[in-house]
Design a protein around this ligand. Structure first.
Ligand SMILES: Nc1nc2c(ncn2[C@@H]2O[C@H](COP(=O)(O)OP(=O)(O)OP(=O)(O)O)[C@@H](O)[C@H]2O)c(=O)[nH]1
Ligand SMILES: [Mg+2]
Length: 463
């Protein structure tokens, strides 16, 4: 959808609630004619008129039959004090798909045009009501699969772009110094302004934003948790217990699970992708070896490993080998089959040596499961906590890519100085300009229609 200014001046309408029967349905109309069209279609009590932000009861009248189609409440918001920055009307009616569709059709006959996906938010962006990163946070909020993802999007929606603006401003200041030098120092009489400290500072702040954003990205995409351990320790039993569903086969035969099995759960406020894996051991079987290879790959990509050991046998060299592959990972140790353990103390000293958060459970009887779930939530909270924002801002994947691209030209300048080469002022100016234009693409200060189209295609109609 390429939008020229003329198209922006028309009035758009859409059903903003999901299609289908519901208690109420909400129709939204935005643009210069929104108020006039509403007044033609909506009959208000004689004493009432539509005023800014005032909810008014009235009836929708069919233009031909003059019959009452439905009654409901209209709220008018005068631009620029509205979501889109334009005159905006929200009409709440009964949630009959047929009536709502008819009312939308009548509104189009009266001069409104059916809105495209995300067009209300696109207008809000073009009217300067929000920047592009906030517009993207709107869709992430709507699509969130967990409360923590919704909260993360909410933070981005409210967050100030100051950290990015500070970076741009620092670059602009230094670009101005370099450009002045190019203009006024034709004979190379003066020393090149020392931009290196500023470039280093910008790069280090970009790194902070990157680290902060990567945590936020984990929340948005769901935390990947891998249950791993030797064969027969009870991984599948634990997987099923966490899912509260007999999802995978459990049997006393070691090597039962051959392939990685995935399912999703909500734990605390987090969405988890939970993997059950094949037990890791030396095996002659080709199929089992392939399963074990997949387990190791899954451990590699997991954000958190739940390493299961058998409480009746203790921690042996095979368990230790698995724990060693997880040295750099977030890990929770689970000592299982505690219902069969007579002397719990024997296990304590072994567990102490592992020095990882530990839960003692019986996946079969449910003993200790609630404590394990609490421990997992605690660990995930700690892993995903962005702490006090330290003046940072969470970027989505599009912006993270742009940030990485923007740091590249600055790194080139820093590296040249590092190698003892003083780049020409023209090169420095060129590289800073490259970085600046990528930063501006993040917030939408400089962005082409193709990028906007791709972003707003993700929205639903009516948002
Ligand atoms: N008593 C007791 N038995 C358990 C417990 N957890 C699992 N088991 C039993 O241990 C055996 C193996 O359980 P699984 O869940 O299949 O073990 P696994 O780790 O997935 O095994 P593989 O898929 O072969 O690697 C089954 O007979 C389970 O019933 C437990 O907490 N207590
Ligand atoms: Mg299994």
């Amino acid at each position: 959808m390429n939008q020229n200014p003329e198209e922006l001046s028309d009035t758009i309408v859409a059903l903003s609630t999901p299609p289908g029967r519901s208690a109420i349905g909400l129709i939204r109309m935005s643009g210069p004619e929104a108020l006039a069209i509403t007044k033609r279609v909506f009959r208000l009590p004689d004493t009432k008129d539509l005023h800014h932000r005032l909810a008014v009861y009235g009836q929708v009248i069919h233009p031909e039959s003059r019959q009452i189609l439905d009654d409901g409440v209209v709220v008018f918001m005068r631009g620029p004090h509205s979501y889109t920055g334009e005159d905006l009307v929200e009409i709440g009616l009964h949630g009959s798909p047929l009536v709502l569709e008819t009312v939308v059709r009548i509104l189009t006959q009266e001069g409104a045009r059916l809105a495209e996906r995300g067009e209300f938010t696109r207008r809000a962006f073009l009217a300067g009501k929000m920047d592009l990163m906030q517009a993207e946070a709107v869709i992430d909020l709507i699509e969130a699969h967990s409360l923590s993802a919704a909260q993360e999007a909410r933070v981005r929606l409210d967050s100030s772009m100051m950290p990015l603006k500070d970076l741009s401003d620092a670059l602009k200041d230094n670009l101005a110094l370099i450009e002045a030098h190019i203009d006024f120092d034709e004979d190379d009489e003066y020393q090149l302004p020392d931009v290196l400290p500023a470039i280093r500072n910008v790069l280090s702040r970009m790194e902070t934003v990157r680290r902060y954003s990567e945590k936020a990205l984990i929340i948005r995409k769901g935390i990947q948790v891998c249950i791993a351990g030797k064969p027969n320790v009870g991984k599948s039993t634990l997987f099923n217990a966490l899912l509260r569903n007999e999802r995978t086969i459990v049997s006393p035969i070691p090597g039962t699970t051959r392939d990685t099995v995935e399912d999703r759960i909500i734990l605390g406020s987090h969405a988890l992708a939970l993997w059950d894996t094949a037990g890791v051991r030396e095996s002659g079987s080709i199929v089992e070896n392939e399963g074990i290879k997949r387990t190791l790959d899954t451990i590699e990509k997991a954000h958190l490993v739940v390493a299961v050991v058998d409480g009746t046998t203790g921690i042996d060299q095979f368990d230790e080998a698995i724990l060693k592959t997880c040295t750099s990972k977030n890990l929770v140790l689970v000592v299982n089959k505690m219902d069969l353990v007579v002397d719990g103390n024997a296990m304590d000293s072994l567990v102490m040596k592992v020095e990882r958060p530990t839960a003692f459970i019986s996946a079969k009887t449910g003993q200790g499961m609630a404590a394990l779930e609490d421990l997992l939530v605690e660990q995930i909270d700690a892993m995903t906590s962005c702490g006090e924002s330290e003046g940072s801002v969470a970027l989505n994947s599009r912006c993270l890519q742009l940030l990485n691209a923007a740091s590249a030209p600055l790194e080139r300048i820093r590296n040249l100085f590092g190698e003892g080469v003083t780049p020409s002022p023209e090169i420095i100016a060129y590289e800073i300009r490259c970085a600046l234009s990528l930063l501006e693409e993040m917030t939408g200060e400089r962005v082409d229609d193709g990028v906007l189209d791709r972003i707003f295609e993700r929205f639903c109609v009516g948002k």
